[in-house]
Design a protein around this ligand. Structure first.
Ligand SMILES: C[S@@+](CC[C@H](N)C(=O)[O-])C[C@H]1O[C@@H](n2cnc3c(N)ncnc32)[C@H](O)[C@@H]1O
Length: 332
């Protein structure tokens, strides 16, 4: 059981009525609270939760319309996402209770200060390296317009300016990542057909691909609903059409791809994860056509080339700069 869920179980008598858990971990928590439902924006956690607690979960960037007398926010990594989640929920909870739970190392103490704009916040519990905070919503905010929270920046690409929009919590919010910038310089000579931007974030690579290869079908995939929504905004802002899908890992991608392009994930929350990327390297072959290409950027300390060679074919380093490498492998 996630330690944050354990802290909630210590205070179970507080959570009797219809309740919303926002950003809940994919553990057993819902079995202890029959009146609770979950709101998830991580496609993998949502799928796990739905498999165990059918029709008790909602996936997306907005909470469902379901009635809740109280809500618990599981502290996400991003301060701006925390602000959005707390505000959108407080707007529905006038005179009711809003809770925030999180690990100390994730910054719960500091994040709890964000509750002060709704009323007098109190710390209810501290255990398992986590804290649980509560506020009764006395100052009800206006429901935030998510799209107005997008940050916008312009890139001067060789084929013209590209506008990028990113929502709170999305990777490299409001600026171009150094690795992605390097990959943008190495988009030439991709095989034509259907190209996937795996882990699309705000959609910068997928949008640049569509601009560069307009006759190709482009699919953008991300596990995070805020990333998927950002990618849609980025494509629309540049008048580009592509498929944007939410899903957990390469298994959610279509087959018959001529190329997979990625700045793949290697951090998640406060923990470091490589599983999604290692799984991508192992499974890329199943999704690529013959002579299909995998091209990715990675920190040069990450040991991906042996895995790529083991599962796909000879790995070529197209560039090595600013701590990042661009790798390319063609399905043999
Ligand atoms: C390093 S970021 C790159 C984002 C974007 N392509 C860019 O260049 O700015 C990696 C992205 O992978 C996504 N991601 C993490 N785990 C994933 C998974 N299991 N399946 C699909 N996408 C995932 C993250 O949400 C994040 O947007």
């Amino acid at each position: 059981m996630d330690p944050r869920s354990e802290v909630l179980l210590r205070q179970a008598e507080l959570f009797n009525g219809p309740l919303l858990f926002a950003g809940l971990p994919a553990d057993d928590l819902l079995s202890h609270f029959p009146n609770a439902h979950g709101w998830s924006w991580h496609a993998g956690e949502y799928a796990l939760l739905e498999a165990r607690f059918s029709k008790r979960n909602h996936f997306g960037t907005q909470p469902s319309e379901r009635d809740a007398h109280a809500a618990v926010v599981f502290l996400p990594k991003s301060r701006e996402l925390t602000e959005y989640l707390l505000t959108v929920l407080a707007a529905r909870l006038a005179g009711r209770e809003l809770f925030l739970v999180g690990e100390k190392r994730a910054g719960i103490e500091r994040a709890a200060k964000q509750l002060a704009s709704f009323g007098q916040a109190r710390k209810l519990d501290s255990a398992r390296h986590c804290q649980l905070w509560q506020v009764r919503v006395e100052h009800t905010p206006v429901t935030p317009d998510l799209h107005s929270l997008a940050r916008r920046y312009e890139l001067n690409l060789p084929d013209g300016p590209l506008t990028v929009l990113s929502l709170p919590g999305v990777f490299s919010h409001g600026r171009l990542d150094v690795g992605s910038a390097l990959l943008l310089e190495h988009l030439n000579d991709l095989p034509s057909g259907h190209i996937l931007d795996f882990g699309c974030g705000a959609g910068v690579l997928g949008a640049a691909l569509k601009r560069r290869y307009p006759d190709n079908q482009i699919t953008l995939l991300d596990v995070d609903a805020f990333a998927v929504e950002s990618s849609r905004l980025t494509l629309a802002a540049n008048d580009l059409q592509a498929n944007v899908i939410s899903g957990d890992g390469i298994d959610a991608a279509p087959n018959g791809l001529s190329a997979i392009l990625s700045n793949p994930p290697f951090h998640q929350g406060v923990h470091t994860h490589y599983q999604a990327t290692e799984h991508l390297l192992r499974q890329a072959r199943q999704h690529l056509t013959s002579k299909g290409e995998l091209r990715l950027v990675a920190n040069n300390f990450l040991k991906y080339p042996p895995l790529i060679e083991q599962h796909l074919g000879p790995c070529q380093t197209l560039a090595d700069a600013k701590g990042f490498c661009i790798y390319r492998a063609i399905k043999d």
